[in-house]
Design a protein around this ligand. Sequence first.
Ligand SMILES: Nc1ncnc2c1ncn2[C@@H]1O[C@H](COP(=O)(O)OP(=O)(O)OP(=O)(O)O)[C@@H](O)[C@H]1O
Length: 249
Amino acid sequence: MSAAKVEVRDVRKTFGSVEALRGASLSIAQGEITAIVGDNGAGKSTLVKCITGLIPPDTGDILVDGSPVHFSSPKDARDHGIETVYQDLALCDQLSVWQNLYLDRELTRGFGPVQFLRRRQMRSEAHRLVSDLAVNVPHVGRPVRRLSGGQRQAVAIARGVMWARGMIVLDEPTAALGLRETAQVEGLIRRVVDAGQTVLVVSHNFEQVKRLSSQVWVMRAGAVVTGVRTADVTGEELVGLVTGAITAV
Ligand SMILES: Nc1ncnc2c1ncn2[C@@H]1O[C@H](COP(=O)(O)OP(=O)(O)OP(=O)(O)O)[C@@H](O)[C@H]1O
């Protein structure tokens, strides 16, 4: 299945007495970069976790390409074409770039219990992907621990591109990066969309949201309070929408 288009309708989630989501709704358009912004505690991570199968909503619907889905694990979301790049990146430091790209999804050949890794094929396909996306890594055989923060983020995104069949979710993709590496990762995110994927990005960086996204949803106190085309809003207005100083543009 592919996840070209995702819709969230009236999703609620409570943790004990905390209402993390109190009826959140939004839509994610195919082939675009959609951003979610909001202050600390607004519910962004919780909403993203519901979309990516990490936690189930209490009530409400998530629709993938128009059909309701019920994810009980990230694997369910992946089976629907949704790949997630979490802030911790989930890379294995001692393994190489290509081994990380195939982590837990290694290509094998053989019969029954006797399986061999297709190392050469994985390495060459990893090399092709990294070249096609112009990922800035020295070579795919290099251990990930020897890469910079930006290069590690790029490897994690490339892994998402490799396995996604429709949508990639990026949680604060450049939070830990300097200016130059941020620019490189933003370039990569644009190429992900050029390669036909849909991107959902959570970011605290309003300038980045302005540079990257076509649509932005604003969350406040567990609800999605407004959605605008990014071109129609200034950075200042975005800040106002997030804080509640303004309610519409
Ligand atoms: N596992 C949990 N147990 C209890 N409360 C939680 C849990 N996860 C989130 N919350 C609460 O739900 C609310 C929304 O949190 P969430 O992490 O979704 O916000 P956020 O917008 O992603 O914030 P931030 O930008 O700080 O990451 C907060 O009040 C938070 O404390």
